[in-house]
Design a protein around this ligand. Structure first.
Ligand code: NAD
Length: 339
């Protein structure tokens, strides 16, 4: 099987490439990534020399470049991870989210139609549903995205489903809850907490810290995506949840405790505008159709994750340059914190 993976230098995409190359050694992977601030070639150390792997630096919005890649490689399947993915950035600069997350997806959909791709798997998010006070979102829940990020992902989901209905494109969607694990860029909650704690830096915490996320260990998500790619039904959406709901303050305290750092590092900051209070996903459908359930408890996943970041301090250091640094300098001063 030949798979185009887009955004394969980011957090989940790189974990997925490692997972697939290990599980299906005969598969060929073509990784298309623009290498934005979030794309890191270091995440693929060890696979880059394999004959079954190719990396192409390109923008999914560039239809000429995409056509060339599809024409040359004639993939059986496409798994689309490429996206602008950080909610805070979407609030300060939404345009690039619309461009990559909507226009980029439609470019990939057009190429997939033209080159008769057999499966187009679009990676979406639970954030498209918005916030829920009680109960859990199912795949039939109404979409009420709160941020420009989640709105752009919801628009992309609608495009994917429209291509299934209008053109018969064999496409499907996964919507996962919050991932954590190795290779996550340290602007995101869990690696940010670990990184700051390791350096005895203040840890910004929005609002009252009681927002709830359903955490999934990234390898569990990769396993679920692989199952959906092989066994998922065309035109369907599959929620992928970790079944590990935790308040943000709980997550920070668990990390501080494990690193033996003081709670005084926590700095409460003004809440993010439109901040969703709680995400919670029903995974009944993926259990029923595919037989998948998550393997990793939050306690064991966070232990493995902390260990990974502690053992990969050069990786962490290398991410703290360029765009990351200037973005965070501004971010910290806006929040009234010094770095
Ligand atoms: N991280 C999570 O918790 C989470 C949860 C649910 C869904 N998702 C979705 O999973 C996908 C991957 O998320 P992630 O956390 O790995 O993101 P990430 O930001 O770590 O990685 C995104 C990757 O896409 C690449 N990219 C960005 N714009 C591109 C473009 N125009 N052309 C080609 N490549 C481009 C970047 O260089 C980067 O390598 C996203 O679609 C995201 O919406 C993420």
């Amino acid at each position: 099987m030949k798979i185009i993976v887009t955004g394969g230098c980011g957090f989940i995409g790189s974990n997925f490439i490692h997972y697939v190359m290990h599980k299906h050694p005969s598969y060929h992977i073509v990784n298309i990534d623009k290498l934005t601030y979030a794309g890191n070639l270091e995440n693929l150390k060890g696979v880059e020399r394999k004959s079954t792997y190719r990396f192409i630096k390109a923008d999914i919005c560039n239809s000429i470049a995409m056509k060339k890649v599809f024409d040359h490689y004639r993939p059986h399947a496409v798994v689309n991870f490429a996206a602008e993915s950080h909610v805070d950035r979407s609030i300060s600069a939404p345009a690039v989210f619309v461009k990559t997350n909507v226009l980029g997806v439609s470019t990939l959909l057009n190429c997939s139609l033209e080159y008769s791709v057999q499966k187009f798997l679009h990676i979406s998010t639970d954030e498209v549903y918005g916030s829920i006070q009680r109960g859990k979102f199912t795949e039939k829940s109404v979409l009420e995205p709160s941020s420009p990020y989640s709105a752009s992902k919801a628009a992309a989901d609608a495009m994917v489903l429209a291509y299934v209905k209008t053109y018969g494109l064999p496409a499907l969607i996964t919507r996962s809850s919050n991932n954590y694990g190795p290779f996550q860029f340290p602007e995101k909650f869990i690696p940010l907490v670990i990184n700051n704690a390791l350096k005895d830096k203040k840890i910004p915490l929005y609002g009252d810290g009681r927002n709830i996320r359903d955490w999934i260990y990234v390898e569990d998500n990769c396993e679920a995506i692989d199952h959906v790619l092989h066994k998922g039904r065309i035109g369907e959406i599959y929620n992928i949840g970790g079944q590990n709901e935790r308040e943000n303050i709980f997550v920070i305290r668990a990390i501080l405790k494990s690193l033996r750092k003081p709670a005084s590092l926590i700095a409460y900051v003004k809440d993010r505008p439109g901040h969703d209070r709680r995400y919670a996903l029903s995974i009944a459908k993926i259990k029923r159709h595919i037989g998948w359930t998550p393997r990793t408890s939050f306690e064991s996943g966070i232990k493995k994750t902390i260990h990974w970041y502690k053992s990969n301090t050069p990786w962490l250091r290398n991410t703290e340059t360029g765009a990351y640094r200037s973005f965070y300098t501004k971010y910290y001063s806006k929040m009234g914190l010094s770095e």
